[in-house]
Design a protein around this ligand. Structure first.
Ligand SMILES: Nc1ncnc2c1ncn2[C@@H]1O[C@H](COP(=O)(O)OP(=O)(O)O)[C@@H](O)[C@H]1O
Ligand SMILES: [Mg+2]
Length: 306
């Protein structure tokens, strides 16, 4: 099998995935999506470095580096073209588009009746202001999140319509979500890692405030997810279509959980500190199994004397 590993940044994760893939018998070719080109003078116009004129059977995608709208569109287009040509891409471009766009994630979760905090997405500030006036109050804020946000950056609690930033500062999309209060004034919520449809590891994240991302100083603590949380994370992964994903959950205060986010390019260095499960190996094994299923080995006729 011709296997590619596309990891534009993150040396630790890249090294772990390379080692795991190699350990499992694959000979991965490391490349960057920024090096993929289109050249129409060939039989196959998509040129992936390291694969000659052909295409890989599988691409394990760890990250798409941030870039201009043009660069991102081209890279997603290249991934769609790979999928169309029969390459197994993990995570695939559709899953990435769905999870990077928090509005689409919320829509998909809601359609599947997967519990998630009530969410409102609006393009116009006056429409967003109406929602805030109607839904928020002192002690009952809404969370304003950047539509493409990650690592807990740019989140803001909104109580009054006047607090809404102007349209230019939110990319002309207001993503507003009901704030879920934590129990016992402890700033804890949860991350579950799902791989090939199965919850394989989890952790508590404890912050110094309501945003608990490890990037923002959140501390990982060991946690064995209860069955209902694991099932919820697995449903959320399926709703978005991720082969592997980190799902953020928060307690609903009534003994259940709500899904906050489904990450299609999850980091797991924090989680790896508190779980005995080798996450890179889980990802590599799940991915290789998917590639094999997508490209079953050609059966050689048994032949021989009757
Ligand atoms: N609706 C909410 N209620 C309470 N806390 C929230 C809510 N949404 C997000 N948070 C906190 O902020 C963190 C970051 O939000 P998240 O939606 O996961 O975006 P990001 O892509 O930045 O990680 C969450 O892990 C959680 O700690
Ligand atoms: Mg998150």
């Amino acid at each position: 099998m011709r296997i590619g590993l596309a990891a534009d940044n993150g040396a630790w994760h890249k090294a772990r995935l390379l080692a795991a893939l190699t350990d499992l018998g694959a000979a991965p070719v490391l490349f960057s999506l920024a090096e993929v080109t289109v050249e129409t003078g060939h039989d196959e116009p998509l040129r992936v470095p390291g694969f000659g004129g052909g295409l890989p059977d599988g691409v394990l995608l760890r990250t798409i580096a941030g870039g201009t709208f043009e660069a991102t569109t081209m890279r997603l287009g290249a991934l769609h073209a790979l999928v169309a040509a029969g390459t197994v891409v993990w995570n695939g471009p559709t899953a990435i588009e769905r999870s990077v766009d928090k509005a689409m994630t919320s829509l998909l979760l809601a359609r599947r009746r997967i519990p998630t905090p009530e969410t409102f997405v609006l393009s116009r500030r006056d429409a967003a202001a109406e929602v805030v006036a109607r839904e928020a109050a002192p002690g009952r804020p809404l969370v304003l999140k950047p539509l493409f946000g990650s690592q807990g950056e740019g989140l803001q609690l909104i109580v009054r319509p006047e607090e809404l930033p102007p349209e230019e500062l939110v990319g002309r999309v207001y993503y507003l979500q009901r704030y879920v209060a934590r129990r016992d004034a402890a700033w804890q919520d949860y991350r579950i890692f799902v791989c090939a449809g199965r919850a394989v590891a989890g952790m508590i994240r404890e912050g110094d405030g309501w945003i608990t991302n490890v990037h923002r100083g959140g501390r990982p603590l060991p946690w064995r997810p209860p069955a209902r949380a694991a099932a919820l994370a697995e449903e959320a992964a399926a709703a978005v279509g991720c082969g592997y994903t980190g799902v953020d959950l928060v307690e609903d205060g009534e003994g259940g959980f709500l899904v906050l986010e489904v990450n299609s390019m999850p980091a797991w260095s924090g989680l790896q500190q508190v779980t005995p499960v080798d996450i890179a190996r889980e990802v590599a094994a799940g991915f290789l199994a998917a590639v094999r299923a997508g490209h079953p080995p050609r059966l050689v006729a048994a032949g021989g004397p009757p």
